[in-house]
Each structure stands twice: as structure tokens, then as C-alpha cells.
Ligand binder design. Structure first.
Ligand code: NGQ
Ligand code: ZN
Length: 456
């Protein structure tokens, strides 16, 4: 049993002062406010809900910063993807696990308490399944268990190079399964996650049909039932070329096609949804699916800017993900999201409600949307019965001088690097004084694996 006392806490019902949380079995069992701390309490200043990072390809953290050299052709998302495939082809299970563990430490230190791992690096480098078909998924689960981050594993179905069922290219050989093979893979992934039940309590397994590029409508129909009641995540409309190719294939744009053929209800999360018409934007907002925005990656890959003002204005729900994992930060993602809107509209405070703090609006939105996308049906934020996923700001940081409550959140997002002091994931106190408790050993192992891999 842990008890946390906070001077200010952003609860699911707004800011409260002198809050005392009782935590048992990873959940908040009691929330009282206007009380005093008791002996043995962990006392913090400003307590925020942890954020779910709804979209990650963990292995890509291993190539962060290695694709920033201009090539001899015009560089684009598509040339980056060739480099990424080359990196992916050589990464074995031990190296992949060390990258994932390092990444999850960085996520926790940033205030992400759960990760949605959109996992498609399934097979051995030669393209053959490992003896254990979910070997690589098992490594993701092991990294999550070792670091204490909450896990929503989204095994990915990937079968084609582009629209219309084209054969996959050789660089995609580690990703490809048949629908039957995918069913076995999901089953085996569930077993891995279940075997780590003590360390991975609250883990969720959903599915991720990769994109309309990589999955035919017939395959989509076959694999959706495998999700059970887990979440369904899919990339859509990230690049304009993808929109053009989809139009050429079907006469419809990717989100338009999905709106016409799938419910896109609260179980769904569309990753990126960058290029939508006004009609698509309004329709998606109305259906209740999450727009899984990955602002730093979308900027880094030159994808484009999501129409946030229209989508949020229509009641659309969003969450944030770090996708390529080029840089890990809760504040950084939310700042990039809002700054993109400002550059697009040449205006300020675009995504806030009138009179509301932009940072707080974005943080609350990302907490709610992230929970819907990764832990369907569970309570989100700081409230009775919710998972104890909590972040305490480092109020001694100069960025917070004289700031409290929403002003502290705005300072965290817009005016600081770092700023997190403590993090609890499912009640486990894994970040203390800004450092993850396993940071040194995990970073040492990551360095060894990367030195070996890059030299090879
Ligand atoms: C991914 N990344 O799944 O990692 C993709 C590239 C693909 C982004 N879309 C791979 N940002 O599209 O086949
Ligand atoms: Zn992605």
C-alpha cells in the first residue's frame, strides 16, 4: 500500500488541493482532498495523470538521428523508409530488446506511463518465423516488464507493398504473415504477455492492420475478429502519395474508404490521419475513433499538419504517440502539435477552449484519448478505481518559478526541457528524482548492443 500526498493534483474532475491518494494493487483505491499528509506518505507538489503513448515502433529508437544526412536524391518519407527497412533487417532479438528497454526508460522519465507498441518486426532476418513465432513480441513484453511501463501490444498484420494486394518487397520480409499465421502470432503474443502477468498487470493485446497499403479489404475482414474486444489501430493518410495511390486504387481517399467500410467507433485508432478533407475530418470526429497524432515524427518525416482546429472543434478525440521515436517527450509532442497549428493558422492558442490553458487542454485530451486507444473501458486520469499512473513535476525547476496548476502545465509543455521528478506506473514508483530506477544498467546494455550492431 502506497499513499501519495500532493499539494495540487489535476484529477479527472479538475484541480484539487491537498490531495491524498491511496494505492493498492496498482489502482487508486481512495482519493481525498482538503486533507493533511500522514506519516509515510510520498509527498509531492504538482501531480498529473500519466500519459499513454499510443503509437510506437520501438526498434526505430535504435536509428534515431541516423537518417538526418541528405542523400543524392530528394529525401522524403519514402527514402527514410528505405533506410529504416535496412536498419530493421539486421536487428536481432537481444538488440531489439535492449533498444525497447532503453526507449521505455526514456518514455517513463518523460511522463509516459503506458506504450502502445505497434509491432511488426516479427520474423528472423532471413524472413523465416522464429521457432517461437512471437519471439520478438516476447522481447517487447520483457522490456516493458523490466522497466515497469504499462503495455498495450498491437501485433501488426502486414502483407503487401502497396494498394491492391501487390507482393511485398524483400525489405518487408520480417513483417509478412498470412491471416492464419497472424492468428497464431496474436495467440502466442497473448501467451507471452500472460506469462509476465505479475510484472505486466493491466497489459492489453489488440491488433494493428498496418495500413490500407499493406492489407487488402478481404484480409482486413479476416483479421478483425482476432482483436476480440481489444483495440484496433491502423495507419491512415500520413503522406499525400498514399492518398493519391488510394484514390487510384479505389476512387476514395484512405479515411473516406475506412469511413465507408468500417465503423471507426471508439475501438478504433487511426494513426496520423494527416490528410483529410473537411468532410472526412468532421465524420471521423463524429464516429468517436481516436486520431493518433505523432507530431514530432510527422514533422521529422515531412508528413504534413493535421487539421486540429476543425477536428477538436467538432468534438474529435485525439491521443499522442512517438511513432519513430526520434525524440521522446510528452511536452515536446504536445508543443509540436500546438505549434504546428499556429504555423498553419498564423494564430496563437489554437487548440484551447476560450479562457482555457492550452497546455492543460492538450494534456487532458491526450490522457483521455490515450486511455480510450490503449485501455478501452478503463477509467482515465486521476480518479477512484483508475490505474495509478502518475507524474509529479519537479517544481524546483526554474521553469516553474511562481507557477502553479495550469500555469505549471503550460510551463512544462511550452517552456521547459524535462520537468518530471517522479513517475508511478500502475502504482510502481519507477522514476525518482528524474531518473528511472534501472536507468544505468539498461543504458549500459543498450550501448553495448548498439556499438556491436552499428560496427557490424
Ligand atoms: C512504420 N512508419 O510502420 O514504421 C511506417 C513505415 C511502412 C510510418 N508510417 C513502414 N511513419 O509504411 O511500411
Ligand atoms: Zn507508425
Amino acid at each position: 500500500m502506497t499513499n501519495i500526498f500532493a499539494r495540487d493534483a489535476l484529477t479527472a474532475n479538475g484541480w484539487r488541493s491537498n490531495v491524498r491518494l491511496s494505492i493498492a494493487d496498482g489502482r487508486i483505491t481512495r482519493l481525498a482532498d482538503a486533507v493533511r499528509p500522514e506519516a509515510g506518505d510520498d509527498v509531492v507538489d504538482t501531480l498529473l495523470p500519466g500519459v499513454a503513448n499510443l503509437h510506437s515502433h520501438a526498434f526505430q529508437r535504435g536509428m534515431a538521428g541516423l537518417a538526418e544526412v541528405r542523400g543524392d536524391r530528394a529525401d522524403s518519407f519514402w527514402t527514410w523508409r528505405e533506410q529504416m527497412y535496412r536498419f530493421a533487417l539486421g536487428l536481432g532479438p537481444d538488440a531489439a530488446e535492449s533498444v525497447a528497454a532503453q526507449l521505455f526508460v526514456e518514455m517513463l522519465e518523460a511522463g509516459f506511463t503506458r506504450v502502445g507498441e505497434f509491432h511488426y518486426l516479427h520474423h528472423a532476418p532471413d524472413g523465416r518465423p522464429y521457432d517461437d513465432v512471437a519471439e520478438m513480441a516476447g522481447r517487447i513484453a520483457a522490456a516493458a516488464a523490466a522497466t515497469g511501463i504499462g503495455l498495450t501490444l498491437l501485433p501488426t498484420f502486414y502483407a503487401h507493398a502497396t494498394f491492391g494486394g501487390a507482393d511485398p518487397i524483400d525489405g518487408q520480409r520480417r513483417f509478412v504473415t498470412s491471416p492464419d499465421g497472424f492468428a497464431r502470432l496474436v495467440e502466442a503474443s497473448r501467451r507471452h504477455v500472460g506469462a509476465l502477468d505479475g510484472a505486466l498487470d493491466g497489459a492489453v493485446v489488440g491488433i494493428a492492420p498496418h495500413s490500407l497499403r499493406a492489407v487488402t479489404p478481404e484480409e482486413l475482414a479476416l483479421i478483425l475478429p482476432i482483436a476480440g474486444d481489444g483495440p484496433i489501430h491502423m495507419h491512415a493518410a500520413e503522406q499525400t502519395k498514399e492518398v493519391d495511390d488510394c484514390l487510384a486504387w479505389s476512387g476514395m481517399r484512405p479515411v473516406e474508404w475506412l469511413l465507408a467500410h468500417q465503423p471507426l467507433d471508439r475501438r478504433w485508432c487511426l494513426i496520423h490521419a494527416t490528410h483529410m478533407t473537411e468532410d472526412e475530418t468532421l465524420a471521423l470526429a463524429k464516429r468517436g475513433a481516436i486520431a493518433g497524432l505523432c507530431p514530432i515524427t510527422e514533422a521529422n518525416l515531412g508528413d504534413g499538419i493535421f487539421n486540429g482546429a476543425t477536428f477538436l472543434g467538432a468534438g474529435g478525440r485525439f491521443g499522442i504517440g512517438s511513432d519513430s521515436n526520434i525524440l521522446i517527450g510528452v511536452g515536446d509532442e504536445l508543443r509540436q502539435l500546438e505549434h504546428g497549428q499556429r504555423l498553419r493558422q498564423r494564430a496563437r492558442n489554437v487548440l484551447a477552449e476560450a479562457g482555457g490553458s492550452t497546455g492543460e487542454t492538450l494534456l487532458r485530451g491526450a490522457v483521455q484519448g490515450g486511455a480510450q486507444a490503449l485501455t478501452p473501458g478503463a477509467a482515465a486520469g486521476i480518479c477512484d478505481g483508475a490505474s495509478a499512473d502518475l507524474v509529479a513535476l519537479d517544481m524546483a525547476h526554474p521553469a516553474f518559478a511562481g507557477r502553479r496548476r495550469s500555469a505549471a502545465v503550460d510551463a512544462w509543455i511550452f517552456a521547459a526541457h524535462g520537468g518530471v521528478r517522479d513517475v508511478w506506473s500502475r502504482g510502481r514508483h519507477v522514476v525518482r528524482g528524474g531518473h528511472h530506477i534501472g536507468r544505468e544498467a539498461i543504458a549500459a546494455r543498450f550501448r553495448t548492443e548498439m556499438d556491436r550492431f552499428i560496427a557490424a
